[in-house]
Design a protein around this ligand. Sequence first.
Ligand SMILES: Nc1ncnc2c1ncn2[C@@H]1O[C@H](COP(=O)(O)OP(=O)(O)O)[C@@H](O)[C@H]1O
Ligand SMILES: [Mg+2]
Length: 376
Amino acid sequence: MASGANQQTQSLTKPAFTEAQASALVESVFGLKVSKIQPLPSYDDQNFHVYISRTNNTADGPAEYVLKICNTETSKNPDLIEVQNCIIMFLKAAGFPTACVCRTKEGNTTSLVSIDNGSGTKSHLLRLLTFLPGSPVAQTPTSPPLLYEIGRLAATLDKTLETFHHPKLRSLHRDDFIWNLKNVPLLEKYTDAMGQNQNREIVEQVIQLFKKEVVTKLSHFRECINHGDLNDHNILVQPSKSAPGDAGYQVSGVLDFGDMSYGYYVFEVAITIMYMMIESRSPIQVGGYILAGFESVVPLTAVERSALFLLVCSRFCQSLVMAAHSCQLYPENKEYLMITAKTGWKHLQQMFDMGQKAVEEVWFETASSYEAGSSI
Ligand SMILES: Nc1ncnc2c1ncn2[C@@H]1O[C@H](COP(=O)(O)OP(=O)(O)O)[C@@H](O)[C@H]1O
Ligand SMILES: [Mg+2]
């Protein structure tokens, strides 16, 4: 889940399994003997890093896994989780660094378990993925070649999914999913969480501009399935021996398919640009390198390019408004949420101060000079 809440936040229950309970589930559901288990960060779900002891049956298999336990709301939608699992496997087979999805003892990719931790019985879907190597991009100094690679990956992923078929694919039409960029107008329900200040004024302006200038163009954008959350914690990288263009680092993992839904190519590049700006010292240039990589696979049309600025601003707004909303719901997360939000506001403000034309000039010129440089 993109760092924040989803629409059902108030009714969902985040799982609260203990390490001992999680460990017992890995053994009973997946038949693997756990040697160590540690909690991993998670927002609405619960994730554990699981180490297994090798037995004769698992001697050749991986030793590290991630146990993902869905919240109660998501657990009611097993079709969506099944499609996500199939996409993870499909992308792996197509050569992407996604995890392997482990089978239960019965041969399924998910299992529904019920638990009563004192507040009534709750059902949660479980799955077990292999643990991928590397560190989050958020902890890595990014370079133009790495950003280009990430842009290229985003486009290749969406393009590859054009050939993905599944009888339950319609579950990815998530019409009122708050994180789909189509649904920026739904943010109006949450802006109260921000109080009355200059940030709120910017958000309100972006929402109005979105309604006027993006909603009217949606039918001209090319549709596709979006990963929808290529953020700096969902992309893992590791030092490369021979990355294209000597990026120094190469992508070693693509995680977190929980926000996948039908969207548009231009949404994916906008979302990726926004998240890669967060930790950058030259955030406006970042867009140019990501765009160059993305367009090396999927060149944008003129109408898609003209919406990019507003789409990046809109993603900042989604993230910032939902973070403010989450702070209200879960004040204990406030400190963490506010660190990211502070940088986000700064970048959004900078984009607004520069204006669309000046930002586009940097993006498009950076992208074309990068392309020209890399083809020499
Ligand atoms: N397969 C995996 N391999 C390595 N690390 C993982 C894996 N899955 C999750 N993680 C770690 O756990 C974190 C949260 O998992 P993620 O799937 O992104 O859930 P969330 O929806 O809570 O963001 C990731 O940012 C990453 O650090
Ligand atoms: Mg994540």
